[in-house]
Design a protein around this ligand. Structure first.
Ligand code: PLP
Length: 387
């Protein structure tokens, strides 16, 4: 059967790494997972309890397309608590994960063949979803001196209809401060491009608080999710904040595309927002893991890393070690028993010399993984073995 041109999206290479790791485990090996971009923890206990109760009380049918009003209100309150932003709950739209939010956003804002700027390296699915919708992703190669984030000058004369940023970003964990986010918003709006901010890693920040685009403008789409800070990847629930005059547009598309985000997940998400102690305990683990990574990776010979302000990733330049990050990641898996992600997923041009390490798992795994990496690199002659 014939396929559409738009269906020709690239695979997610990290999935191939996960499959290779699974096969190694099936063959009896013990693998440390530094490839996966998700918490090892499940949903907070309070979320599970709230859902169990709701399942006894009612059928959990469809909700309205914009989501449970109580959840929209609670999310609006989060903006007051986290950023001191007074947000009208009517502007909050509940989505099937931030992935569902991307579909709604791109469909609401762009026409076929519109050009949308995305930072490189960046989350791979932006590019693939844009392509699948007949839009044109425009890679903005970022520089280490700009913390691997796009800057206003990058988009001058680019004829963009949209600009998408992520802070903290995947794969780098780097963030945009007020000034750089403000300059990007101004540059985008100056050329009539819609500004979209992926804030899925908010809450997972270690030094400064992440900046929401809503602190700077109401004329933007903000996309967020319960997947990361709230530790609910498989529940497929997220949210967007859109300008007031965009709510009805998004609502009509959401009604038709999804009907609603999963009702059960919305119930659990609402309760998760009051599980602060458990979520902060998860954050303490990431903080500890991050410190171990910042100490252990350079000692293992991975010294050229982006400053990981947030999320749970470290992005390393390994150009001194390889020109083929895919083959190198396979070698690390084979010889060290550590699964890592080749940078090609995130940057098709320059990712052949980069790797992403995730530290979302238990601290004991991170310690073990770092030691394995150190021994592997010593055996490879990349570092001198310390006594
Ligand atoms: C930057 C970024 N945005 C969005 C997503 C998708 O998340 P969700 O589970 O909310 O669809 C991910 C997942 O890893 C991500 O890293």
């Amino acid at each position: 059967m014939r396929n559409s041109t738009r269906s020709g999206v690239d695979p997610f290479i990290v999935m191939d790494v996960m499959e290779a790791a699974r096969k190694a485990e099936e063959a009896g090996r013990h693998i440390i997972h530094m490839e996966v971009g998700q918490p090892g923890t499940g949903a907070p206990k309070g979320a599970n309890e709230a859902l169990a109760k709701a399942m006894e009380q009612g059928p959990l049918g469809y909700t309205v397309a914009l989501g449970l009003p109580a959840l929209r209100q609670r999310i609006a309150r989060l903006y007051g608590d986290w950023y001191d932003v007074d947000l009208n709950p009517d502007r909050v739209v509940i989505t099937p994960g931030s992935s569902g939010g991307f579909l709604l956003t791109f469909t609401a804002l762009f026409d076929s063949r519109d050009r949308v700027g995305i930072g490189a390296p960046g989350y791979p699915s932006y590019r693939q979803i844009l392509k699948a919708l007949g839009l044109v992703p425009v890679d903005l190669p970022t520089a280490p001196e700009n913390r691997l984030q796009p800057v206003a000058e990058d988009i001058q004369g680019m004829d963009l209809k949209g600009l998408m940023v992520a802070s903290p970003a995947n794969p780098t964990g780097t963030m945009l401060d007020h000034a750089s986010m403000g300059a990007l918003i101004e540059a985008a709006q100056g050329q009539g491009a819609s500004f979209i901010s992926d804030e899925i890693y908010h809450g997972l920040e270690y030094e400064a608080k992440a900046v929401t685009a809503l602190e700077l403008t109401d004329e933007c789409y903000v996309i967020n999710s319960f997947s990361k800070y709230f530790s609910m990847t498989g529940w497929r629930v997220g949210w967007m904040v859109v300008p007031e005059d965009q709510v009805r547009v998004v609502e009509r598309i959401a009604q038709n595309m999804f009907i609603c985000a999963p009702h059960a997940s919305q119930v659990a998400a609402l309760a998760a927002m009051d599980c602060e102690d458990e979520l902060q305990a998860n954050l303490d683990v990431y903080r500890r893991n991050r410190a171990l990574m910042l100490d252990g990776l350079p000692k293992a010979g991975f010294a050229n890393i982006a400053p990981p302000d947030g999320a749970f990733y470290v992005y390393a330049d390994v150009s001194d070690l390889t020109n083929d990050s895919r083959a190198f990641a396979a070698e690390v898996l084979e010889k060290a028993g550590v699964a890592v992600t080749p940078g090609l997923d995130f940057d098709p041009q320059r990712g052949h010399t980069t790797l992403r390490f995730s530290y979302a798992r238990a601290t004991a795994d991170i310690e073990d993984g770092l030691e394995r990496l150190r021994l592997f690199m010593a055996a490879r002659g990349a570092i001198r073995e310390q006594a």
